[in-house]
Design a protein around this ligand. Structure first.
Ligand code: BES
Ligand code: ZN
Ligand code: ZN
Length: 502
């Protein structure tokens, strides 16, 4: 699908739908946009009928309206201003979904119908993101068998954003919106693959493939290298699987060489069966999503590279399956992490923290400006925060401030969770330094976070993001996220976060 910014005077395209915004006042009266007389009459008539009220999430399609040289008309309710980037995303979602369900060939969005607000760069970027994020659909595993070819299936083919005088800022907003959406959609696409298609090896290949022709460099460690580098956690977790582990390092250098990098570490469990501490069968299929942290890291680095952001960034993804098998790690086994710390594995289902331990040690060895960890780490975070907020764990208030600002700019929701020394006390081992599960009750996400901290250099600016509640199935919250698919959460926030380290 083509998406472009155009002058309002550009000629209409065949079968084009005109999209106009209708807002309303406090008194619930509609603000009729200053536009073509026929359009105004249609809107007023629909309003008099009680069908059109200018409220948010309202979309009304007038087929064959034949207005302003266009075939069809779509009105998008906006409620009362001021309008944020998030209002733009929601409007973008309603625009795209309405055009798709009405099988529209092409559309032109008249930004001027929202007045000055419609020409705001943040709002425009929001619209672009809302459209492109809504367009995501995962069809890689669908066959063409028994399917009649439908030439109109991929409609709409073209959407243009029109303004009387396209500005440089608007052009830049369209570009940024496109890149951020593509990064998010790539993370979703990786996440939605079934685990038999997306193994640690094929994940590594997919990342390599994606990075071809870009300024992103990818390095893949195989099992022998992982062992040589003393990644005891990744070795232990992968022991039960017939699939070999991989450690994926992906870097983009947008700043001069001397500038310290920002490192993102993402959990890459291509399937988590729980291992010997096997999970119950209900919803176990969802554990193909246990690599969504890793996918978010890939999406982030790709987006930063496409944006040509002036930052050095490294992504690290420990990738493996967690399976029961004759050589699988057993409850009570002890592993030695890269920094020499020993861990009693009392529950093989608490595997994320084990693979992340080595990666965090390695991340700190790169002498970075900051380290961020992202993982579908604990079921407990879903209990605490549901599918709205991603839980953030950090003891560094300056880092949290940056994260909050970045998440606000990206329109993603984060919540600061507690992590204190008492949480670490619960993670002490009996015969080893640490245990991989808590000896206390509750606070499972916090004790997991305290465990991770044991592998981060003292004083290093650091935060851990638990996305177990937000990585998939979030449709009831976000109209621009797929109903039951990966959400690509945190890509947009991480891009902002990395950019804050310019
Ligand atoms: N991948 C899971 C966490 C998870 C659960 C993510 C549900 C998304 C939805 C993780 O590896 C896990 O199994 N964690 C255990 C830890 C426990 C054994 C201490 C959990 O949360 O139950
Ligand atoms: Zn697990
Ligand atoms: Zn897991």
């Amino acid at each position: 699908m083509k998406l472009l910014l155009q002058k309002s005077s550009a000629p209409a395209k065949p079968l084009e739908t005109l999209v106009v915004f209708v807002s309303c006042t406090d008194e619930k009266k509609i603000n009729v946009p200053k536009t073509d007389k026929t359009i105004v009459e249609l809107i007023q008539a629909a309003n008099a009928e009680g069908a059109l009220r200018g409220k948010p999430r309202e979309s009304i399609f007038f087929r064959q309206a034949r207005v302003a040289d266009r075939d069809h008309l779509l009105t998008i309710g906006m409620g009362k201003g001021p309008w944020s980037a998030e209002d733009g995303r929601i409007a973008g979602a309603y625009i795209f979904n309405s055009l798709k369900s009405h099988r529209c060939e092409a559309a032109a969005i008249d930004l001027d119908t929202l007045g000055k607000a419609g020409r705001d760069a943040e709002f425009i970027q929001g619209i672009v993101e809302g459209i492109l994020l809504s367009r995501y659909e995962f069809t890689d595993h669908k066959s063409k068998v028994d399917k009649k070819p439908d030439p109109h299936e991929s409609r709409p083919h073209e959407i243009s954003l029109m303004m009387s005088n396209p500005t440089k800022e608007a052009e830049e907003a369209v570009r940024a919106g496109r890149i951020l959406s593509e990064g998010t959609n790539f993370a979703r696409w990786l996440g939605d693959h079934s685990a038999n298609f997306l193994t640690p090896t094929s994940l590594a290949k997919a990342v390599q493939e994606r990075a071809k022709g870009t300024r992103v460099k990818v390095q893949i460690w195989d099992k022998a290298r992982i062992k040589k580098e003393r990644f005891g956690g990744l070795m232990a977790v992968s022991a039960g699987s017939s699939q070999e582990p991989r450690f994926i390092i992906i870097r983009y250098d947008g700043a001069p060489k001397g500038k310290k990098p920002v490192v993102f570490v993402g959990k890459g469990l291509t399937f988590d069966s729980g291992g010997i501490s096997i999970k119950p069968s209900a919803n176990m299929d969802e554990m193909k999503y246990d690599m969504c942290g890793g996918a978010a890291v890939v999406g982030t680095v790709m987006a930063l590279a496409e944006l040509k952001a002036k930052v050095n960034v490294i992504g690290m993804i420990p990738a493996t399956e967690n399976m029961p098998g004759p050589s699988a790690v057993k409850p009570g086994d002890v592993m030695v992490a890269r920094n020499g710390k020993t861990v009693e594995i009392l529950n093989t289902d608490a595997e994320g923290r084990l693979v992340l331990s080595d990666a965090l040690v390695y991340a700190c060895e790169q002498k970075p400006q900051a380290v961020f960890n992202v993982a579908t780490l604990t079921g407990a975070i879903l209990v605490a925060l549901g599918n709205i907020f991603t839980g953030v764990f950090t003891r560094d208030s300056k880092v949290m401030k940056r994260i909050q600002t970045s998440a606000d700019a990206a329109g993603e929701r984060v919540w600061l969770m507690p992590v204190v020394d008492e949480h670490l006390d619960d993670m002490k081992g009996l015969h080893a330094d640490l245990s991989n599960i808590s000896s206390g009750k509750g606070a499972g996400s916090s004790t997991a976070a305290a465990f991770l901290e044991q592998f981060v250099e003292k004083g290093m600016p650091y935060a851990h993001f638990d996305i177990a509640g937000t990585a998939w199935n979030v449709h009831n919250r976000l109209p621009y996220a797929p109903k039951r698919s990966a959400s690509g959460v945190m890509v947009r926030t991480f891009v902002e976060l990395a950019k804050s380290y310019f």
